[in-house]
Design a protein around this ligand. Sequence first.
Ligand SMILES: O=C(O)[C@@H](CO)OP(=O)(O)O
Ligand SMILES: [Mn+2]
Ligand SMILES: [Mn+2]
Length: 567
Amino acid sequence: MATPWKLADHPRLGKGKVVGVVVLDGWGEAPPDPFNCIHVADTPTMDALKKGAPERWRLIKAHGTAVGLPTDDDMGNSEVGHNALGAGQIYAQGAKLVDLALASGKIYEGEGFKYIQQSFETGTLHLIGLLSDGGVHSRIDQLQLLLKGASEHGAKRIRVHILTDGRDVLDGSSVAFVETLENDLAKLREKGVDARVASGGGRMYVTMDRYENDWQVLKRGWDAQVLGEAPHKFQNALDAVKTLREVPKANDQYLPPFVVVDESGKPVGPIMDGDAVVTFNFRADRMVMLAKALEYETFDKFDRVRFPKIRYAGMLQYDGELKLPSHYLVAPPEIERTSGEYLAHNGIRTYACSETVKFGHVTFFWNGNRSGYFNPNLENYEEIPSDSGIPFNEQPKMKAMEVAEKAKDAILSGKYDQVRVNIPNGDMVGHTGDLEATIIGCMAADEAVKIILDAIEQVGGIFVVTADHGNAEDMAKRDKSRKPIRDKNGNVQPLTSHTLNPVPIAIGGPGLASGARFRKDLTDAGLANVAATVMNLHGFEAPDHYEPTLIEVSAAPYLSASSADRT
Ligand SMILES: O=C(O)[C@@H](CO)OP(=O)(O)O
Ligand SMILES: [Mn+2]
Ligand SMILES: [Mn+2]
């Protein structure tokens, strides 16, 4: 049956108001504390939303099973967060689907594995991906199972190309992850499989760029992984990571590229004709560029020098619209009937904007990992170029003002019904672990919100301000009693990762019906409840299969309702 796209009218909420949707990336809620940069920063706009209208501000879950991750110990991330915000439904996400496929062994029966398996007899199997247990892009336990399973299914020569993390996990943890991997590879060698690490580098400097911000990042990876060329050469990966970390200010996220060479200085694992390659990250955004370089015959983003004839499969298919890569080991979640698609079918004109590093978040992730427009006549997506080649603590204000100004213009233009942005600072600067810079970033994000809310005020519109997961609200590694852990010099180890914290959501604006407020019954609500809420604010009922709306509309204005509640 064809999808019935027409949405019913909301019985109490009218149409025609501009709805501003602001996603503050990495902006969670945590108790006040010197390591809570959002608390320390001067954020009058966000503070006013919290204090000013208690029935129009609440917290929602942004991690774990509420966003389709395997367990409630999994921190939130942008992919699952924006998927949930845009889709209004909770899908078992990549991490979980890979777990299931590995546990059942189905991964080895699928088309993707059978395809790469054809290279095992004469070629090498290369595994490229992020080496940590962060669970945002990849997980080392999945790599371990895949190594074992691939060797049991015929792989005789395996080369692993590692990307060190320090972003989803603590900086410095790369050494222990490499040790674990080396132990596993040694065990495989005992069983007669020629298995080694062939190259490596830090994720933010080598390979894992996104949204085409900086192709040089990909080139560094390509040179090491495919050509076997890098400025640093070592005889094993553990030496590599230990030595490269000795350089002052070295950081797992930014380790320079290295290749592993034999006694004669020859690289042990460049990617050659006839080989198989698997990118073992399940998350899409930071693998799409590599997938293009490995798969596209015609390619002009950097000089590949050599384009090996390989059989390539992604852990998942990373882009459903581009069908990229064409082979994959696990089918991705089919995120369908997203709010963007519904609203386009119901005539809502949408403008979406962020800077490059988060552009795909409010477009591609929001639309269920789908690139492009649903209806180009109704949608306009605009990207502000991000600074490239610098860590964001050097420019912590990022392009927050530029994004806000674009949103303001779009709101005032009268051309759009929904204006949606992602403001990246809390997250991107939070990942650097630099507290001072993160505080500046949070203030910039708050100012950006003000610009957008002022524009909404001017046109009599409605706003929704929320976030995709926590980050900047907790910047310290803590012990079980939540006390920051100090090293022998008394320094607190910075927490660069996301968190398990809930995020705020606030609604308001002159266009919001006076009786609209958050319901009290949905205490466990999460990001997936936002899509139905936004549909309501556009004057529509949400489809039945969506997670329920967060709001209710009482006949009496909510302020008097709230005073009634108190009596
Ligand atoms: O930078 C990224 O890739 C992740 C952290 O690994 O952050 P986010 O989910 O906020 O994009
Ligand atoms: Mn994010
Ligand atoms: Mn992040």
